[in-house]
Ligand binder design. Structure first.
Ligand code: SF4
Ligand code: SF4
Length: 180
């Protein structure tokens, strides 16, 4: 019908930090699902969900990776919840220049949660045996432009690191060697 807005399904993970016990099964499940070939290895540094752990203060906060941001925040806040003080950036989901979190350890390219594309239930949710992670889907009006995908984010980061010209030259070289 004319005037009808397009709809899209938004997938999210609801985090209940009170239930998290810091077991890090979610990190292992995520990194193993995204290993090449799939399930061939696991390395929490490659996980798109990381658990902020401070057992002495009883702090366990699972954070799954959001968008890449090219600049650091200028102002940062500390949070005190239930008498526990959380470090600056503890709740932030961005891959950003101020920390190594959510960056592929070898290439330093940003990692972003893809909700385990193709799976009915994300692996981190499935393996969180205490239900600290809950998978949710909701319908929203679609925006005009889709956010940048993982490939665009990776190319953007490479262009920033090596310069757009070198990136274009490298792609042209790869294209011509492909044809040869
Ligand atoms: S699997 Fe669940 S309980 Fe374990 S660290 Fe991850 S979110 Fe916390
Ligand atoms: S939904 Fe999948 S990709 Fe996202 S953090 Fe969980 S396991 Fe990793």
């Amino acid at each position: 019908m004319a005037g009808d807005k397009k709809k899209k399904i938004v997938k999210t993970i609801k985090v209940n930090a009170d239930k998290c016990n810091g077991c890090r099964a979610c990190e292992l499940a995520c990194s193993s699902f995204h290993a090449e070939p799939r399930y061939s290895s696991n390395n929490p540094a490659r996980s798109r969900i990381r658990v902020v752990r401070d057992p002495l203060r009883d702090i366990y906060v699972p954070i799954y990776a959001g968008e890449y941001t090219p600049s650091e925040c200028l102002g940062r806040d500390k949070y005190v919840l239930d008498g526990k003080e959380y470090d600056e950036c503890a709740f932030c989901r961005a891959a950003c220049p101020s920390r190594d979190l959510f960056k592929e350890p070898d290439s330093k390219l940003p990692l972003k949660c893809d909700m385990c594309e193709g799976e009915e239930v994300p692996l981190c949710v499935k393996w969180c045996l205490v239900d600290a992670l809950e998978y949710e889907q909701r319908e929203e009006d679609a925006e005009e432009e889709e956010p940048a995908g993982e490939m665009e984010l990776g190319l953007e980061a490479l262009a920033r690191k090596h310069g757009l010209r070198s990136l274009v030259d490298a792609v042209a070289r790869m294209a011509s060697s492909d044809k040869a």
